[in-house]
Design a protein around this ligand. Sequence first.
Ligand code: CP
Length: 332
Amino acid sequence: MTILHDDVTRAQLNRFGQLRHFLTLEGLGREMLTRILDTAESFIEVGSRQIKKVPLLRGKTVANLFFEPSTRTRTTFELAAQRLSADVLNINISTSSTTKGETLSDMLQNLEYMKVDMFVVRHAQSGAPHFIASRVCPHVSVINAGDGRHAHPTQGMLDMLTIRQYKQRFEGLKVAIVGDIQHSRVARSEIHALNTLGAEVRVVGPSTLLPPGIEALGVTPCDNMKDGLDGADVVIMLRLQKERMDGALLPSEREFFRLYGLTREKLAWAKPDAIVMHPGPINREVEIASDVADGSQSVILPQVTNGIAVRMAVMSMAMSGQIAELTADDEV
Ligand code: CP
């Protein structure tokens, strides 16, 4: 599936420049990213209330459509929708009628006729959420929960929220993204956001896991940890995404850990107050040592908590954008 980036950027905004769908961070300006972060920040306290709900999506229905496995993203989207007072449908793809030959388009059309207002989509195929967004009824918004190697925009934004909480700025920050960059939709979304917000980005890993020409994205590639982590403020570790690898790209996991696994010794090359991040799921002693994952510099679990607030933010903003568009159409 070919992705035309200008088209994706245009497709996710309404005529007033508001979010209508949420498909990629590519092409979104600093003002929009900051608005998402500020909106997410305002939702954080909802999670510590006795009754963890606000009425912004009351009467709306959100369908979670996960065609790939997920723990964090699916459950935090569900919690976010519930905290916005939406009704939530978790479609079990393995027991849905797609197993009887129904096409994705037909399944989605049936859900549209049940008056579902929002599809949250994770799919192994890059571009699938954009394809769906280009075909849905005007009353439906589509949120990308991770598509192939292309984008994981809510993960990118929850990572930005976490960095802003711990570092209070982006301008001048040195961020090292380490590991399997080649197959990572998370890295792509983070790179777009960090560049837009003014951070300096290094991507670190063996040449087999660094896409050729990655410099064009505005990052510095580095094939050794000492140079890559030198003076870093933020270290983001990535999982080896074996499900997307064709053939052997590494001698062994043990060798990968020796060279690129984050241990306390390697972390000492970064700044003493550097934070350690990971989108999850983590593979202990493959890309990160247990004592680092559980250590005082790790913010891996706060990242998960921030996922709820960020997903509340993008769902409520997309719904506002959808309503603004429908209202303007009614007035014409
Ligand atoms: N970070 C992330 O996407 O995790 P899940 O695959 O568990 O959703």
